[in-house]
Design a protein around this ligand. Structure first.
Ligand SMILES: Cc1cc2nc3c(=O)[nH]c(=O)nc-3n(C[C@H](O)[C@H](O)[C@H](O)COP(=O)(O)OP(=O)(O)OC[C@H]3O[C@@H](n4cnc5c(N)ncnc54)[C@H](O)[C@@H]3O)c2cc1C
Length: 394
């Protein structure tokens, strides 16, 4: 039994994943110190804590490429600004696609360079020099991002929460929000089984559980949850860490981790309920992923399985998030639908959401660009496009 909860709050954020905590931090940074975050379990216990946490900037759309690039800078300077390390490890990132996808890859890289991102299209030979363990066929297309890497989702989430607390915000864990009260077309309170907090601003950042929460107040957001598996391998002794590989040909991503491990991420078509899915890995999927990785990194044939886990992507029809206020309910905002690429955007998501809440429109990134992530796009046909079949690279 929790409580008592604060009777009133300047804003209430529902969900203590990386998004909720980044939003809370950014609101506090902007001077809104009286915000409260409710997390029903512990911080980062949802998708965030299961993330592969790859930070890359290769995207088919400018809005996410920009957000990823600006967020990468924030991850790099995280300790100076937030006070704890983000766990950023620079590995470099190689995106490898089949020859038929060369145009897509080159168009994305040109778009990225146009906005100042450090990336280049490299030849297979250059790719093999960058990562000697990799097998890259002469007809494959490769883009390289030297600054990309990975970070620690738990440290980032907890870091945002504790810095926000220091600035006056409140974080309440083991507090499940069961409803958002609306009166006269405006948010009036957030409700828990043992209490309520009156507020005029509520932000839904509830990850896989956002859909049901929004439906509870009559908002039908097109959110579905997809199981994604992360398979861990011990690299063979003597095989050094490789750059992160986004392998469109084999439909997998592979990143090195501490202690000689490589994490393979696979699966984007198994739709499951958020509370009823297998949180482990499937033997058949592990074998397929292993075989794919060995084709890309032949020396991995000697790798040993170390286990793994599954987590949930919360996907929208275009696999891009919604950062918006909700039409028809004043004071209601949502930051949802981050699929398998939200972690890398989290610093900018927090900044943009704070701007939407406090100023009415984004300014960290151009407000028209930010508006491409509006909720209404699913109804008015303004979906974002993708240049690859691998949805997570949208
Ligand atoms: C296996 C996997 C691999 C991934 N790999 C990458 C990657 O390499 N790079 C990348 O950028 N992204 C990756 N992602 C995606 C990224 O992790 C997510 O987009 C991001 O973590 C989403 O954060 P969130 O805060 O929206 O959701 P969550 O982390 O799920 O947080 C939502 C929180 O809300 C809480 N909550 C829900 N309902 C309520 C309620 N009613 N009351 C109170 N609290 C509530 C939950 O308990 C949860 O803690 C991956 C995701 C998975 C699952």
């Amino acid at each position: 039994m929790r409580g008592p909860y604060p009777r009133t709050a300047d804003a209430v954020i529902v969900g203590g994943g990386v998004m909720g905590c980044s939003i809370l931090y950014n609101l506090a940074l902007r001077g809104l110190a009286g915000a409260v975050l409710y997390e029903r379990h512990t911080l980062a216990s949802g998708s965030t804590g299961r993330s592969q946490a790859i930070l890359r900037t290769h995207y088919s759309n400018e809005v996410t490429a920009r957000m990823a690039w600006q967020s990468l800078a924030a991850f790099r300077s995280f300790e100076e600004t937030v006070g704890v390390p983000s766990g950023y490890v620079k590995t470099g990132y190689l995106l490898i696609a089949a020859n038929e996808q060369r145009q897509a890859l080159e168009a994305n890289a040109a778009m990225q360079r146009g906005i100042g991102i450090s990336t280049e299209v490299v030849s297979p030979r250059e790719a093999r020099l960058i990562a000697p363990a990799l097998s890259v066929h002469d007809d494959e297309a490769v883009a390289y991002e030297p600054e990309s890497g990975y970070a620690d989702p738990y440290s980032v989430t907890a870091g945002y929460a504790s810095r926000a607390r220091e600035m006056g915000a409140r974080v309440v864990t083991e507090a499940e929000v069961t409803g958002i009260e609306v009166s006269g077309g405006r948010v009036s309170a957030v409700v828990m089984p043992e209490g309520r907090t009156e507020t005029r601003t509520a932000v839904v950042a509830a990850g896989p559980w956002a859909g049901p929460l929004l439906r509870g107040i009559g908002i039908d957001a097109p959110l579905r949850t997809v199981r994604h598996q992360v398979i861990m391998l011990h690299r063979p002794r003597g095989l050094p860490a490789h750059p992160i590989v986004g392998d469109v040909v084999h439909g997998l991503s592979a990143r090195p981790d501490a202690a000689g491990l490589t994490l393979i991420g696979v699966g984007e078509d198994e739709f499951v309920g958020p509370d009823e899915y297998n949180q482990g890995i499937d033997a058949a999927m592990a074998e397929r992923a292993f075989a794919g990785l060995v084709e890309r990194v032949p020396a991995m044939s000697e790798a040993r399985l170390r286990g793994g886990w599954s987590g949930l992507f919360t996907v929208t029809p275009d696999w891009h998030p919604v950062l918006d206020r909700v039409e028809g309910v004043d004071g209601l905002f949502c930051a949802v639908g981050f699929s398998g690429h939200g972690f890398k955007l989290a610093p900018m998501v927090g900044a943009v959401m704070a701007e939407l809440i406090l100023d009415g429109r984004a300014s960290t990134i151009d407000h028209k660009l930010a508006a491409t992530l509006r909720l209404g796009r699913f109804a008015d046909g303004g979906l974002l496009g993708a240049r690859y079949g691998m949805s997570v690279l949208a």
